[in-house]
Design a protein around this ligand. Structure first.
Ligand code: XMP
Length: 319
């Protein structure tokens, strides 16, 4: 009989065996997976671990503060907080191709981890919260030749030039199992129960070019949408819900003026592992309320649509 407590003990032993007395850098993305990986590795090797939280400026509202608080106050795990907004937004300027955006972000993370490793006198390992579905989806076998659907930011290994090896203790797990392991490790429920958030962040929820202005607009819309979902008591029934800012402007009317602003799409799905997903069937009154609040409260958005596409044929994220 296999239990999470056993898994935890086995993994701790494996991590100790793999790492020896080496030093490990763990990248935190703000999501559940990397947080669980970090706490597990910390249990295994204590202060041989340095956590690095890269704030790429593509986080949701208040997300960066929440992660820093969890690690510093709740766990007392040392955390390096890197403010890399300029680097990420600078590198994304002018980029519109989804795979190019993803590849740039993945490479920028690695560069920053490498720089932090140098600062602590070198690290032997890079730890990541990669899950089983991340590995499968980055290279999907559809029966014919293999096709990459999306390059997940933390899949694909490390560049040859690097001397670091990967530590990925969650590589065999699905999301629900990671949450169970998180509970086993004592992570607070509000953290464990959070909707998944992709490493590339808002960059893949802004089709086309990403700018700071667009990120700011999207953060506001997304916050209102999630607030409404929480208030309606629906948060835990949904696998993932978020707003997307479309690169399309439409004409509207507000008061007695004309508006010409962006369209916001709302997405909410149910799923067990993120590999397939169904659309969450909100009632129309709930959606109207979200649309009204977003258009009234967010300058720059004058139209809201709901994404009714399941996965497949859609994917959960828009890029
Ligand atoms: P898709 O859009 O492929 O997403 O249907 C499936 C699940 O994976 C998340 N996702 C990512 N997570 N790095 C991550 O850590 C990534 O690059 C990435 N891309 C997608 C997505 O949010 C959903 O939960």
């Amino acid at each position: 009989d296999w239990t999470m407590a056993q898994f935890r003990d086995t993994k701790i032993a494996e991590i100790r065996e793999q790492v020896g007395d080496g030093k490990v850098i763990c990248g935190l993305s703000g999501g559940v997976d990397s947080a669980v990986a970090a706490v597990l590795i910390h249990e295994a090797i204590g202060d041989q671990l340095t956590c690095v939280f890269v704030d790429h400026g593509l986080m949701r509202m208040n997300e960066a503060e929440q992660v820093v608080t969890l690690f510093r106050d709740h766990y007392n795990i040392p955390l390096v907080h890197v403010d890399a907004e300029e680097m990420f937004l600078g590198g994304l300027a002018g980029q519109t191709d989804p795979e190019k955006k993803r590849k740039f972000i993945g490479a920028a993370f690695i560069d920053l981890f490498e720089a932090e490793a140098k600062k602590i006198g070198g690290a032997d390992f890079l730890a990541q919260g990669t899950l089983y579905p991340d590995v499968i989806e980055s290279v999907s076998f559809t029966g014919g030749p293999s096709v990459t659907i999306k390059s997940h930011h933390n899949v694909g290994g490390l560049p040859e030039r690097m001397n670091m090896k990967l530590v990925e203790p969650l590589r065999e797990l699905f999301k629900d199992e990671v949450r169970e392991l998180g509970r086993e490790l004592g992570l607070p429920e509000i953290f464990v129960g959070r909707h998944p958030f992709p490493g590339p962040g808002l960059a893949i929820r802004i089709p086309g070019e990403v700018t700071k202005e667009k990120c700011d607009i999207l953060r506001k819309a997304d916050m209102i949408y999630l607030e409404e979902i929480r208030n309606a008591g629906l948060y835990d029934a949904i696998w993932q819900a978020f707003a997307v800012l479309l690169p399309v402007r439409t004409v509207g009317v507000m008061g007695d003026g004309r508006t010409y602003d962006s369209v916001c799409a709302l997405r909410a799905v149910t799923s067990t592992d993120g590999m397939t997903a169904d659309v969450y069937p909100f009632d129309s009154q709930f959606l109207s309320q979200c649309a009204t609040r977003i258009v009234n409260e967010v300058k720059g958005i004058n139209r809201v649509v709901y994404d009714y596409t399941s996965k497949p044929p859609g994917t959960i994220e828009w890029e």
